[in-house]
Ligand binder design. Structure first.
Ligand SMILES: [Zn+2]
Length: 754
């Protein structure tokens, strides 16, 4: 679950204001329009029906529907028909992308004994769709290169860079070896990337029962956790470099797009990689010797975990069909009545690895039900001010293909008109996960206050606040009680907001409920209607809550006279990030000084157990002090301009409903939209120009996990001190640019109320 958020009334409502300080006022609305808006929103929230969500899910997840499969295209046509039936103007937009599917897969242990891995998920008799083997994609990792490799096994825990540091100290090298890593600790694509950097020739990734199997509960079909044969498929494309079609970076993969030859596609893996079940992994791990794995590396299999190398030796072979497949994005558009060139975009993917009832259908059905409800409001006379675009993306699973190609194909237009993108993906029971651009933190808090939680009957916002109070430390509790808004999470990657936020600089939000049900069917054939209706949001009331939340956000953004961006929470968040990177640099320096001292003192030699040797880490050069002044100056600019905007807004509130000049308000909205764009640089992050946002990015070595102020933070983490100093200057300038953009919005708003 993501960090949740609380909102009392806005900071600016505390200022002199014509808006009454009760819960009927709405940021960005005059009194009269707030009342009308509240009426439309209440109507909207009464429409979504759990019975519809269930029926949509049954239809969409009835057969496997991965990219390029017949049922994927069939679903797209069905979705198109539904959107049209709801009265919306909809179409399918296609792209042609590289999507490899397996032709040959073999994994065998050849020493010290022979064992051939099953690489198959069997039918479960209680589960009616688990037997659709003819249509299921076999277990594999998409965008692994082909290969035929033989070597000793080395167990590398999660296979992240720190794990290799410890292997070095244990005296274990992976050069020429095949690594076996467990799922977790990072996004899966990081594991083969780091293994290849260390000289491994192949990579196996298995699901340890500690992470989503019997350690967490009963396994499927008795419970919802991963059974011994369940396998997590998934992409291993190097998405932190760029997501989307590997052959068309930066441009839409249209029919006549210029394509790279496959050999030049840098986002394919460097070594072959395949996912396996714990049923297949256990004999391999049990046959390993060498040092005992450190305590934190051990999983829940009934074996002693050794790191190797060997004596287990494996042979594996992979070959794929490297074809282009057609994506079917389903897009519906409701034109704005007064601001057609400001778009509120809402998306969820429709493709799955197999049947995908949870991922993504549980989120897609909420989106579809929102579209039905919007269609009903339109018939009753509702006219959104802004254009609303509803999108059901194809090809998310292999690498955010549908959303990325669409965003790239329409980049020029989207940079001009894209106001906000709202994403969802899998949905379950529990707490509202709220992440996104912090310019929308205050807005999102407001929406969450208006949504009833289906189980507790308090608002989903209140439930989030209570959950934080229950589990947090005293300091954090103090903040949760005193800060008007609950903090929202920052976005890394892992779903379709990536191109909108990171590439185009469109303020984005990701929403979804979860946290109450442990699940172990992710990307397996058992993620299906049977599983979902037995072990997740079985009565679809959280599906309804998602439709209510995301739909309310869409309508409220689309109808607002003034877009409800807020720069107080934003500035407060940036201050946190700046303090974090300063602390990070200080801590790194202190750690290196202390460790060098320990090495000089002979500490590691003295505490070494010669029967279980662990060598000293290497000495490192002491890092220089970094000059953070440019970031501090950027922050000061944000502080100053956020205050200007707060005053302009207070002024606008005083005049709300009377003197707001519509034409000038349009200028203010245009300038507000430009603030998120000001947080991007066209040449992007160091070594990955596709990622243009300078506040948020997926980590180069975490994959999904976010790195905030990524250029600075990653330079420090990777001990590139000169680069860090350069990036501090660059990012400091970005903050100043954002300050200028906020100042522009403030004066435009000031003009509008004169
Ligand atoms: Zn998904």
């Amino acid at each position: 679950m993501r960090k949740a958020v609380v909102c009392l009334l806005c900071t600016w409502l505390a200022l002199p204001s014509a808006f009454p300080a009760d819960n009927l006022s709405l940021a960005g609305y005059s009194d009269a329009s707030a009342r009308t808006e509240r009426d439309w929103e209440a109507k909207f929230r009464s429409i979504p029906d759990p019975a519809n969500l269930r029926a949509y899910m049954q239809r969409l997840s009835a057969r496997p529907h991965h990219v390029g499969s017949p049922y994927d295209a069939d679903n797209a046509e069905w979705l198109l028909g539904k959107l049209k039936e709801f009265g919306l103007d909809a179409h399918i937009e296609t792209f042609d992308v590289l999507f490899p599917t397996p032709k040959q897969r073999l994994l065998e242990m050849i020493e010290p004994t022979h064992f051939t891995a099953k690489l198959a998920e069997p039918t479960v008799s209680a589960d009616p769709t688990s037997g659709q083997h003819d249509e299921q994609l076999p277990t594999y990792n998409a965008y692994s290169i082909d290969g035929d490799v033989t070597g000793p096994l080395v167990y590398v825990n999660y296979g992240i860079p720190e794990d290799y540091d410890l292997l070095d100290r244990l005296g274990v090298s992976v050069k020429g070896a095949i690594v076996i890593a467990r799922y977790g600790g990072s996004w899966r694509g990081i594991k083969p990337k780091v293994a290849a950097e260390h000289g491994a020739i192949g990579c196996l990734i298995y699901s340890d029962p500690h992470d989503d199997g019997y350690f967490d509960g009963d396994v499927f079909p008795l419970g919802g956790l991963r059974n011994p044969d369940g396998v997590q498929r998934g992409s291993v494309m190097d998405m932190p470099v760029y997501p989307g079609d590997p052959l068309t970076p930066g441009v839409g993969a249209t029919k006549d797009a210029k394509r790279l030859p496959i050999e030049q596609a840098v986002t394919l893996t460097k070594i072959p990689v395949m996912p396996i079940s714990y049923g297949d992994a256990q004999p391999l791990l049990a046959a390993m010797k060498g040092p005992l794995a450190p305590a934190a590396w051990r999983g829940a299999l009934p074996i002693s975990y050794h790191v190797g190398p060997g004596p287990a030796k494996v042979h594996f072979k992979l070959a794929a069909n490297w074809d282009l497949k057609t994506l079917h994005n389903v897009i519906a558009r409701i034109p704005g009545s007064t601001e057609p060139d400001e778009w509120i975009i809402r998306g969820n993917h429709h493709d799955a690895w197999v049947n995908g009832a949870d991922d993504p259908v549980s989120g897609a059905v909420a989106l579809l039900e929102e579209a039905r409800a919007l269609g009903m409001l339109l018939k009753q006379g509702w006219k959104p001010r802004r254009t609303i675009v509803y999108c059901l993306w194809d090809g998310e699973e292999p690498g955010l293909l549908g959303s990325t190609e669409w965003a790239e194909a329409h980049a020029e237009e989207l940079r001009r008109v894209g106001a906000v993108y709202i994403n969802s993906d899998s949905n379950g029971r529990g707490y509202l996960g709220m992440s996104g651009s912090h310019t929308l933190e205050h807005f999102l808090n407001g929406v969450a206050r208006d949504i009833p939680d289906p189980e507790s009957k308090v608002s989903v916002w209140q439930r989030n606040q209570f959950a934080r109070l229950a589990r947090q430390s005293p300091d954090e509790r103090m903040e949760v009680r005193s800060r008007p808004d609950l903090r929202i999470g920052a976005l890394g990657s892992g779903s379709d907001y990536t191109a909108f936020l990171d590439h185009l600089g469109i303020a984005s939000i990701d929403l979804g409920f979860g946290g109450e049900d442990a699940s172990g069917i992710y990307h397996s054939i058992y993620d299906d209607f049977y599983w979902y209706t037995h072990f997740s949001d079985t009565d679809f009331v959280y599906g309804r809550a998602l439709a209510q939340t995301a739909g309310t956000a869409v309508i409220r953004l689309a109808d607002a006279e003034l877009l409800p961006f807020d720069f107080d929470d934003f500035t407060d968040t940036i201050r946190h990030y700046v303090q974090e990177v300063e602390r990070l640099a200080r801590d790194r320096r202190d750690q290196i000084i202390e460790r060098n001292r320990q090495i000089d003192e002979g500490l590691f030699a003295a505490i070494n157990d010669p029967r279980h040797p662990l060598s000293a880490p290497p000495k490192e050069a002491v890092p220089p002090f970094l000059n953070f002044a440019p970031l501090e100056n950027g922050l000061a600019a944000l502080d100053r301009t956020a205050q200007l905007y707060r005053h302009a807004l207070a002024q606008a509130n005083t005049n709300a409903g009377s003197a707001l000049a519509r034409a000038l308000l349009r200028d203010a909205n245009t300038k507000l939209i430009a603030v998120e764009r000001a947080l991007t640089l066209t040449d992007g992050l160091p070594n990955r120009p596709w990622f243009q946002h300078q506040i948020y990015a997926p980590g180069f070595y975490t994959g999904y996990g976010v790195k905030t102020l990524p250029a600075v933070r990653e330079a420090i983490e990777q001990k590139e001190w000169k680069l860090a100093d350069e990036q501090i200057v660059r990012v400091g300038k970005v903050l100043e640019n954002a300050g200028e953009a906020i100042e522009g919005a403030s004066s435009a708003l000031g003009q509008a109320v004169k």
